[in-house]
Design a protein around this ligand. Structure first.
Ligand code: SF4
Length: 742
């Protein structure tokens, strides 16, 4: 038996772990009590992750789809050369943009994977990049670029010192904090309340977090932007703007004031359901605090007007003087000043326009919501090949039934993953990759480059277990794919030669059959270039090593990267976009009696990832349910566990219902990430009964946010009726179930 120290790479908490191996297999995972930041915290997903990574379903060899739809095992040489030949052909015949890439969330939890994937696409010269961010967070990147001059300027609440925290559309007890690493959310919320801080949760459901601490305030789904506008209006009315800071560090206050004047709380309470009195009480608490913060997450981001809502939130934190203030919101620093580096080098700052819908790229990626149209619409730059790297868009994206049909029209679909999931089950080539336990790593880009950690620290991990059979790391795969496609990584022949030379040397030394990037050496190079301790030195600190704590006052004077170095409170694009709010408000008023759909997450699931772990599905957890308020169930005439049909213009799903009295009436909550029946290589998950709720959301250029490209996945109006006939949960918009794996 051997004990190792490492960290989890499932969610942003990155919990420190103690892993015991025997005979090259992980036998147990426990929280690391001595970890400098997470101090013995972890969740059930982290403790059972080895069951996901050691499943007999793990991909071990490259697969190729036969003409009859079954799959055969092929050699790496064949896979790389056939894919490379096809990419060469498409690039020559149809142009570089005909080759696209979708980067999933799992890719972001390693350092080298996303860098080499981007390097491959830069080599091809293609702008057809898509990312999972347009499902859940691109609104933040788009707004940050307008307001602060760089998309990765992401202020976070100073949870340790705040006197008032207002959390909108987030449930840290279950989902953890996003864009911020805070271990043990239950304990943190209790501590916050115990030291006298005011805490509010604004949400259509009294979430697990709201049940732990603070005051819960119901809000009608999809109306967050009107709540924020009234908050702003009321804050100005209560003289809550810090005019010294406003005049010194910001621009656009008057325009913002004029905009907010139209949205007094007396008006918006009609659609938000938040009374003027309650809103005023929250604003007063916020204004009276020495340091206060508004914070939001996916409930706001995915709610249709997430971009405008996040903009107003950030404007409130800025004009109240809370931005860059102790107890307010802070802007962290990673191992380099990524904000300055990014602007200087144009990293993630491209201004490409999409062929369909003329969308501007955000973080150098286009909206996933136009991907089906880009594939299905003939013409120049039509998407004909797609690499899906660490993602599963056929579960996670809006209207995935249509996307599936589009994927079937591609001339080349290649997936890089650890399982043959729903998306890989449509691919021409399926490439088996390493899992987090099989690779050395550093914390991913948010903590590493941006310092999005409550307590900044650095940690390095070795690979804990060896790769099996023919699994390979993604960086090495992209290196070989670049060569076979006749291009150079990062469009640099020097870089390509250097990577090939070092990989060849490393492979020879290690007796490897294929080119293998020396990952640890590359990560060490990154650390040394940024003036940090070496990778080997960091390994001597198995519980992590603390970095300088965050400092208030390090941002507004020094790191705002807009042209005039002032925070832009009223960017023209956002002000123009805000003109549509009158229409949206009137629709909300007219349809106030309609049901609205929201998502929900269980403690045992993470997006679509953990449904193949048998123990996670015990005790009736092998499916998702629709949750309704008991009063709504009574009106609909449905009983607990009966089936209902939930419909939009995009699809209908049939699902069992459960009562939930912590839900706002006229709200239906359905957890996402389910619907694995089409996955060939998930022998546990494909027998679950869960339904893919994202089928109900619409895709296409008319149905996504014009500024950020965000999909509208929550706060969607739906129709509900008691189901008749078919007794099984089901869905429309897809063909019949998955065929057996070959
Ligand atoms: S909270 Fe759970 S899933 Fe997230 S990093 Fe920690 S152990 Fe992993």
């Amino acid at each position: 038996m051997e004990k190792h120290h490492t960290f989890c790479r499932i969610c942003e908490s990155l919990c420190g772990l103690e892993v015991v191996t025997e005979g090259g297999k992980v036998v147990s995972v426990a929280p690391d009590p001595a970890h400098v930041a997470t101090e013995g915290f972890s969740c059930v997903k982290g403790l059972r992750q080895h069951e996901m990574y050691q499943s007999p379903d793990r991909l071990k060899y490259p697969l190729k789809r036969r003409t009859d739809g079954t799959y055969e095992r092929i050699s790496w040489e064949q896979a790389i050369s056939e894919i490379g030949a096809k990419v060469r052909h498409l690039r020559a015949e149809d142009g570089p943009d005909s080759v696209g890439m979708y980067v999933g969330t799992a890719a972001g939890f390693g350092v080298l994977h996303p860098v080499f994937a981007q390097g491959f696409m830069t080599g091809i010269g293609s702008k057809s990049m898509y990312a999972s961010a347009t499902q859940d967070c691109s609104n933040k990147f788009a707004v940050s670029r307008y307001m602060y001059g760089f998309p990765f300027t992401l202020p976070f609440p100073d949870i340790e010192h705040t006197e008032c925290l207002i959390v909108v559309g987030a449930n840290p007890v279950i989902s953890k904090w996003s864009f911020l690493q805070v271990p043990n959310p239950v304990e943190k919320l209790k501590q916050l309340e115990k030291r006298g801080a005011k805490l509010y949760f604004v949400d259509p459901r009294k979430t697990e977090s709201a049940q732990i601490a603070g005051t819960h305030v119901f809000i009608r789904p999809g109306t967050d932007v009107f709540f924020y506008l009234s908050f702003l209006h009321e804050l100005i009315r209560q003289d809550g703007a810090d005019m010294d800071r406003v005049l010194k560090w910001t621009e656009g206050f008057e325009a913002l004031k004029i905009l907010s004047a139209k949205w007094p709380a007396e008006r918006t309470e009609l659609v938000t359901g938040i009374s003027t009195g309650v809103l005023r009480e929250m604003v007063t608490a916020y204004c009276n605090a020495k340091g206060a913060a508004l914070y939001c997450s996916t409930g706001v981001n995915m709610g249709g007007n997430g971009t405008l809502a996040f903009w107003i939130q950030e404007a409130i934190n800025a004009i109240s003087g809370n931005l860059d203030r102790k107890g307010g919101t802070l802007v962290g620093k990673g191992i380099i000043d990524f904000i300055k580096f990014g602007v200087k080098n144009g990293v993630l700052m491209r201004d490409d326009r999409s062929r369909i819908g003329n969308f501007s790229s955000v973080n150098d990626a286009f909206p996933g919501g136009i991907m089906a149209d880009e594939i299905l619409t003939p013409g120049k730059r039509q998407l004909k090949a797609l690499f899906v790297t660490g993602g599963n868009p056929l579960i996670t994206m809006a209207n995935s039934g249509r996307l599936r049909e589009a994927f079937r029209k591609l001339e080349l679909l290649v997936t890089l993953d650890i399982y043959q999931n729903e998306t890989s089950s449509e691919a021409h080539y399926v490439l088996p990759c390493t899992d987090p336990m099989q690779r050395p790593d550093l914390p991913f880009i948010f903590p590493l480059m941006l310092g999005l950690q409550m307590k900044p620290y650095l940690q390095a991990t070795r690979a804990i277990v060896q790769k099996e059979a023919e699994q390979r790391d993604e960086a090495s795969i992209y290196l070989e794919l670049a060569r076979a496609s006749g291009v150079s990584l990062f469009d640099s022949a020097v870089a390509q030669r250097f990577f090939e030379f070092t990989a060849a040397y490393h492979s020879r030394k290690k007796g490897k059959k294929w080119l293998e990037i020396p990952q640890q050496a590359f990560l060490n190079g990154l650390l040394r270039l940024s003036g940090q301790k070496s990778f080997k030195t960091l390994l001597k600190f198995p519980h992590g090593i603390k970095r300088e704590p965050h400092q208030a006052g390090s941002f507004v004077e020094k790191r705002v990267m807009t042209e005039n170095k002032k925070i832009q409170l009223a960017p023209e694009t956002l002000m123009t976009h805000a003109l549509k709010l009158e229409d949206d408000f009137n629709k909300e008023k007219e349809h106030s009696d309609h049901f609205k759909l929201i998502t929900r997450r269980a403690i045992t699931t993470h997006n679509s990832w953990t449904h193949n772990i048998p123990r996670m599905l015990a005790h009736g957890r092998d499916t998702n349910y629709a949750y309704l308020h008991p009063l709504d169930m009574e009106k609909l005439g449905v009983q607990e566990m009966e089936l209902i049909d939930v419909s939009t213009e995009a699809a209908t799903i049939r699902i069992q219902v459960k009562a939930l009295d912590t839900l706002m009436p006229k709200t239906i909550a359905v957890p996402h990430g389910w619907g694995h029946q089409h996955a060939r290589g998930l022998s546990v998950a494909n027998k679950t009964r869960g339904v893919n709720v994202n089928l109900l959301a619409k895709d296409g250029p008319e149905n996504i946010d014009k500024v950020s490209g965000m999909a509208h996945l929550t706060g969607i109006p739906v129709k509900i009726r008691k189901a008749d006939g078919n007794l099984q949960p089901t869905w429309s918009g897809l063909d019949s179930g998955a065929t057996s794996p070959s």
